[in-house]
Unconditional design. Structure first.
Length: 83
């Protein structure tokens, strides 16, 4: 990866079994510049880990479910890049 490609990450917050996560991950993976992608959730569901594996993205499960503010803060800290 070039330095431009590694300056940012995509972090997807997943709450429960959202029907949009698969499409979102497919869209992010199809971007012309490859960057790290992380799914962050406090409410995992059966199949989420396999979905992340299929798209080649990291999964971070955290707890407890402390509300949206807590979820956003954990997601922010899960990024592996500056942006």
């Amino acid at each position: 990866m070039s330095s431009a490609a590694t300056s940012h990450s995509f972090v997807v917050l997943a709450y429960g079994a959202s029907s949009y996560v698969d499409e979102c991950l497919a869209s992010l993976a199809a971007q012309s510049v490859r960057v790290p992608i992380v799914v962050s959730t406090s409410t995992p569901y059966a199949g989420l880990e396999q979905l992340c594996e299929r798209h080649g993205v990291s999964l971070q499960v955290h707890g407890p479910n402390g509300g949206i503010g807590h979820d956003w803060n954990v997601a922010y800290t899960s990024a592996t890049t500056d942006w």
